[in-house]
Design a protein around this ligand. Structure first.
Ligand code: ATP
Ligand code: MG
Length: 872
C-alpha cells in the first residue's frame, strides 16, 4: 500500500467514527515559551486539554508534522544510525476532548491495525503502565489492562515503567499513563528462535513501537507536582513512517516510498550507492531525513539563524552538510537539489512546501555554501594547529577554539586528527565546553514560580480593540526572576485592554491605577498560549481590589498606524513586484515598521518610489477600516483575504480590510488610512537568500525624518556659501574636483618619468648586475610602478629603495629581475626580511619583489650600505 493511501485510510477510518479531520498545525510554534517545535500530535491541542479553550468538535483526527530535536524529546543523535527515528516525522492521531476514553481508544486502534490494515495479530504486543512508587505515587492502569484482556491474549500484554508508559510532553503540561502497541517485523524463523516479547522496548530495530495511546488525566505543574485535569482525554500518536514500514513489508523506514525517491536522488547526485557501505548509508539517511526537517521548517516560516528555533534548524542542516562533506565527499552545495523530489512527493499533502519551494531551495543553498566555506577554512586552521603542535595530542583548548570561534565541528576535528595518526584531548574539550555552558547558563538563569490563583479565570477577555481603558481585576500572578531583568511579576486580568505582543506587533505598555491613586506601570504585554500576561516590576498592594487599566495611547496610536501601513505595503509590493511576494516576517513598533518578504533581487529606485506612491495614494484615499471578528477561516478566504499557512484548527479569524487590502490579522489598526498621514521607506536590503527587508515610517516619525533632512540640507547649503542653487553649486564643485584630480595624476606621472630617468643614470654595474640602492621620496604604489617599468628595460636589475614618509615609519622595497633571481638564487623576500630588522620591522614577498615596513627610519643609511652584500 502506498504511503498516500495509508495516510488517507487512517483519516477516513476516524472520520467514519465521527471525528473532524483537520490539517496539520505548523511545526514551528510561536506563542509557547515552554515548547519550540511541535514534538507530538497533541501539542497544538494543549489548550483544549488544559481547559483554556473549547474545541468545536470533541473528536478530531489528523496527521501532524512533528520535530524532535530539542527539549524533552530529542532524537537528533539517533537519526541516521537507526532505521526508525527521524527528526521530522508525521504523527497520525485521534483525539477525544472529554468525550470517549480508554475503551474506545483501545478497541478502535486494534480494529484499524488488524482489520483495516490487516496486520498479523501474532506480531503485535501491547504495554500497560505498571504504576510508580516515586513522589508521584501513581497506581497501575488496571482499567487499560482489562480492556486489552478482552481482545488480546494476556501473555501479549506487558507491564511498562514510567519512562515508557507515562507520557509527558515537556517539563510542564498535560500528561498521563499510556498503552503502546509494538510490532515484531522479524521473519518467522527469527521469531521462533527469540520470543518477540523479550524484545519489546529494548531498542530492537525490528520490534518497534508504532502507536502510543495516551490517557490524559493530569497536568504537571511548574513545581513538579501533578494535578487532575478538568476532564479526561484521549491523545494517540502513531508514527506514520513506521506504519508504512510495517505495511510495505520492509525492514527500515528508509526503504518505504516516503524516503526512497529522496535516497535515489542522493545516489544520483553524489554517485554513491545506498546499501553498500554502512558509513555512507548513515550519511545518506541523515541527509534524507534532515532535508525534510529543514524544508518543512522553512515552509513554516522559520529560517535558519543564530538563535532560538532558527539556530536549531541551522544545526540540523549543518549536521547533514557535515555528513555529506565527510562521508560522501561532497564539497559543494547539493542538499538544496533534493527539495524538488521532496516537493513532488509531499507537496500534495502539505501545500506549503509547494508554495515556497523556490525560497526553500535558495535558503538551503546559501546555508550550504557558507557552511562549506567554514569547513574549508576550519581545515586550513586545523592543519596549521597540527603543523605547529609539538606532541601528537591536540589540546582541548585549541579544539574548542576551532569549534567555538570558527564553528568547526568537533567530531570532524577528531576524525581528521585520527586520520593523521594524532589524537584529541577530548576530556579537555569537554571541560572547555562545560565552562562555556556554565557561563551562558549563569547569564540566562531564570526561575518561574507557579501561578497564585486569586479568582476563577478560565476566560480572559481581550477588549483592547475597542477600549484603551477599563476596570480590571487580577485573577492570578506569579514571580519570574532572571539575572537579566531581576525580579518581575506577571499579572493576568479578568479582562484587559492591553494588546499582547503578537503578529509582529509589540505588546502595549501603560499602567494600572489602584483606588487610592497608586500607579503601577505595565512594562510589556505578552501572550502565552491563550493567556495574556502583563509585566510589572512590583506587585500592587491589596491585590483583590478593582484597578483602572490604562493603555499608553500615544504608543498604541503610532503602532496601530504602522500596522496598517504594513498591510498597505504588503499589497503594494504584490502589485508592483508580483504575487510571488509573500510576507516572511514583520516587526511593528511605535517608531517604525519592518517588513520581510520573498523577492529575488534588490528593489530599484523606481520600484521603491512606486511602492511608496501606491501606499500614499491609499492614505490620501482615506480608506476606512472594515473589521470582521470571529469569522470562520473559509469565509475570510472567500472574501479574498490572503490565506496564511499556519492557522490552528478551531481558530476563527479576524479579517482586516482597507479598500482592496484584506488580511487575516489579530493586530490593532488605524480607524482610517488617512490617520497615517504619510508613508516613507527608509531602507531596503537583503536579510537572507531570497528575502528582502523594508523599513518604513509613518506619522510623527515622517515629520522627524523630513525635518532632519531639511536641517542637513541647510547645513549643506551653508557649506556651499549659501548658493542660490545648491545642486548646481555642488555639481560645479564636483566638476572642478574631477579636473584637478586629472591634473594631479598628470603631474605625478611626469614626476615618475623624470625620476625613472634619474634612477637609470644612477645604475652601477656590480658583478654583472645593474645595481641601485637608494633613498627615494615616492609613495609605495609609485615605487612599485617604477621598479616594474625599469624591470621591463633590463633583465639583470637589482633595485633597492628605502622611503620614510613619516617620522616613525620606514618602508623597504626590493626588485630583482625574475630571470636574474632564478639564475643566481637571489631572494628579494630574504633581503627585505633581513634588512627589515635594521628598521625594527619585517616583511616579505616573492623572490623577485618584496617589501618590508618598520618603525625606525634611523636605520635606513645602514640598510643601504648593506644591500650590496646580497650580490655575490
Ligand atoms: P520511541 O521509544 O520509539 O522513541 P516514543 O516513546 O518516543 O518512541 P511517542 O512519544 O509515544 O514515541 O510517540 C508516538 C509515536 O510516534 C511512536 O509510537 C512512534 O511510532 C512515533 N515516533 C516517535 N518518535 C519518532 C521519531 N523520532 N521518528 C519517527 N517516529 C517516531
Ligand atoms: Mg522517543
Amino acid at each position: 500500500m502506498k504511503s498516500q493511501e495509508i495516510r488517507s485510510r487512517f483519516l477516513s477510518f476516524f472520520e467514519e467514527k465521527a471525528h473532524d479531520i483537520v490539517p496539520s498545525s505548523p511545526m514551528v510554534l510561536k506563542n509557547d515559551p515552554t515548547l519550540m517545535f511541535t514534538n507530538s500530535g497533541m501539542a497544538p491541542f494543549k489548550e483544549f486539554f488544559l481547559g483554556n479553550a473549547v474545541p468545536k468538535n470533541n473528536r478530531i483526527s489528523d496527521s501532524q508534522k512533528c520535530l524532535r530535536v530539542s527539549g524533552k524529546h530529542n532524537d537528533l543523535e539517533e537519526v541516521g544510525y537507526d532505521t526508525y527515528h527521524h527528526t521530522m516525522f508525521e504523527m497520525l492521531g485521534n483525539w477525544s476532548f472529554g468525550d470517549y476514553f480508554k475503551k474506545e481508544a483501545i478497541a478502535w486502534a486494534w480494529e484499524l491495525l488488524t482489520e483495516v490494515f490487516n496486520i498479523d495479530k501474532s506480531s503485535l504486543y501491547v504495554t500497560v503502565f505498571e504504576g510508580s512508587s516515586d513522589q508521584d505515587n501513581l497506581p497501575m492502569d488496571q482499567e487499560a489492562y482489562d480492556f486489552w484482556k478482552q481482545i488480546i491474549p494476556e501473555d501479549r500484554i506487558l507491564m511498562g515503567n514510567k519512562k515508557d508508559n507515562f507520557w509527558e510532553m515537556g517539563e510542564q503540561g498535560p500528561c498521563g499513563p499510556c498503552s503502546e502497541i509494538h510490532v515484531d517485523i522479524r521473519s518467522e524463523e527469527e521469531r521462533a528462535k527469540v520470543d518477540g516479547k523479550s524484545l519489546v522496548n529494548m531498542d530492537h530495530p525490528q520490534v518497534v513501537e508504532i502507536w502510543n495511546l495516551v490517557f490524559m488525566q493530569y497536568n504537571r505543574r511548574a513545581n513538579g507536582t501533578l494535578e487532575d485535569l478538568p476532564a479526561k482525554h484521549i491523545d494517540t500518536g502513531m508514527g506514520f513512517e513506521r506504519l508504512c514500514m510495517v505495511l510495505q513489508g520492509v525492514q527500515s523506514n528508509y526503504d518505504t516510498d516516503v524516503f526512497t525517491p529522496i535516497i535515489r536522488e542522493i545516489e544520483t547526485i553524489t554517485s554513491n550507492h545506498y546499501g553498500k557501505d554502512e558509513k555512507k548509508d548513515i550519511a545518506i539517511r541523515v541527509i534524507a531525513d534532515h532535508v525534510r526537517a529543514v524544508a518543512f521548517s522553512i515552509a513554516d516560516g522559520q529560517l535558519p539563524s543564530n538563535n532560538g528555533a532558527g539556530y536549531v534548524i541551522r544545526r540540523i542542516l549543518r549536521r547533514a552538510i557535515r555528513y555529506g562533506f565527510t562521508f560522501l565527499n561532497k564539497k559543494e552545495p547539493f542538499i538544496y537539489r533534493l527539495v524538488d523530489v521532496l516537493t513532488k512527493k509531499m507537496g500534495k499533502a502539505f501545500p506549503e512546501l509547494k508554495a515556497q519551494k523556490q525560497l526553500i531551495e535558495n535558503v538551503i543553498r546559501e546555508e550550504e555554501h557558507s557552511f562549506l566555506n567554514t569547513l574549508e577554512q576550519g581545515l586550513v586552521l586545523l592543519n596549521r594547529i597540527v603543523e605547529t603542535n609539538s606532541s601528537d595530542t591536540i589540546s582541548g583548548e585549541k579544539a574548542f577554539e576551532l569549534y567555538d570561534t570558527y564553528g568547526f565541528p568537533i567530531d570532524l576535528t577528531a576524525l581528521i586528527l585520527g586520520e593523521k595518526g594524532l589524537s584529541l584531548d577530548e576530556k579537555g574539550f569537554q571541560t572547555e565546553l562545560e565552562k562555556q555552558k556554565a557561563r551562558s547558563r549563569a547569564a540566562s538563569e531564570s526561575s518561574t514560580d507557579d501561578w497564585t490563583i486569586l479568582a476563577d479565570d478560565t476566560e480572559e477577555e481581550f477588549v483592547g480593540y475597542d477600549l484603551l481603558e477599563t476596570n480590571v481585576k487580577i485573577t492570578r500572578y506569579r514571580k519570574v526572576s532572571s539575572k537579566k531583568d531581576g525580579n518581575m511579576y506577571q499579572l493576568v486580568f479578568n479582562i484587559t485592554p492591553f494588546y499582547p505582543e503578537g503578529g509582529g506587533q509589540v505588546g502595549d505598555k501603560g499602567y494600572i491605577e489602584a483606588q487610592n491613586g497608586d500607579v503601577l506601570y505595565v512594562l510589556d504585554t505578552k501572550k502565552e498560549n491563550n493567556v495574556i500576561i502583563h509585566f510589572t516590576k512590583n506587585l500592587p498592594k491589596h491585590l483583590e481590589q478593582t484597578f483602572k487599566a490604562v493603555v499608553d495611547e500615544k504608543q498604541r496610536t503610532r503602532t496601530a498606524a504602522n500596522h496598517t501601513a504594513t498591510h498597505l505595503l504588503h499589497q503594494a509590493l504584490r502589485e508592483v513586484l508580483g504575487t510571488h511576494v509573500e510576507q516572511k516576517g514583520s516587526a511593528v513598533h511605535s517608531k517604525h515598521l519592518r517588513f520581510d518578504f520573498s523577492h529575488f533581487s534588490k528593489l530599484t529606485v523606481e520600484e521603491l518610489r512606486d511602492v511608496e506612491s501606491f501606499v500614499n495614494a491609499r492614505i490620501d484615499g482615506k480608506l476606512p477600516l472594515v473589521e470582521k471578528r470571529n469569522i470562520p477561516i473559509n469565509e475570510a478566504i472567500a472574501e479574498g483575504a490572503m490565506s496564511l499557512f499556519g492557522e490552528k484548527y478551531g481558530d476563527t479569524v479576524r479579517s482586516i480590510r482597507f479598500g482592496q487590502s484584506i488580511e487575516l490579522c489579530g493586530g490593532t489598526h488605524a480607524e482610517n488610512t488617512g490617520d497615517l498621514w504619510h508613508f516613507k521607506i527608509v531602507s531596503e536590503g537583503a536579510v537572507a537568500a531570497g528575502i528582502r527587508r523594508i523599513e518604513a515610517i509613518t506619522l510623527d516619525a515622517v515629520k522627524d525624518f523630513y525635518f532632519e533632512n531639511n536641517r542637513s540640507f541647510f547645513e549643506m547649503k551653508d557649506l556651499l556659501n549659501n548658493a542660490q542653487e545648491p545642486v548646481k553649486a555642488l555639481q560645479q564643485l564636483q566638476d572642478e574636483n574631477t579636473s584637478l584630480r586629472k591634473q594631479v595624476e598628470q603631474l605625478l606621472k611626469q614626476k615618475a618619468q623624470n625620476l625613472s630617468g634619474e634612477l637609470k643614470n644612477q645604475l652601477q654595474e656590480v658583478n654583472g648586475v645593474q645595481f641601485l640602492a637608494t633613498k627615494i621620496d615616492l609613495d609605495q604604489n609609485g615605487i612599485k610602478n617604477i621598479a616594474f617599468a625599469l624591470g621591463k628595460e633590463f633583465d639583470n636589475l637589482f633595485l633597492f629603495f628605502a622611503t620614510s614618509v613619516k617620522k616613525d615609519k620606514a618602508m623597504l622595497t626590493c626588485y630583482i629581475s625574475p630571470a636574474l633571481a632564478d639564475a643566481r638564487g637571489y631572494d628579494a623576500g630574504k633581503v627585505v626580511r633581513e634588512l627589515g630588522k635594521l628598521i625594527h620591522g619585517g616583511g616579505g614577498g616573492q623572490n623577485f619583489f618584496a617589501t618590508a615596513g618598520g618603525k625606525n627610519p634611523g636605520g635606513i643609511p645602514k640598510v643601504l650600505e648593506r644591500v650590496k652584500e646580497y650580490i655575490v
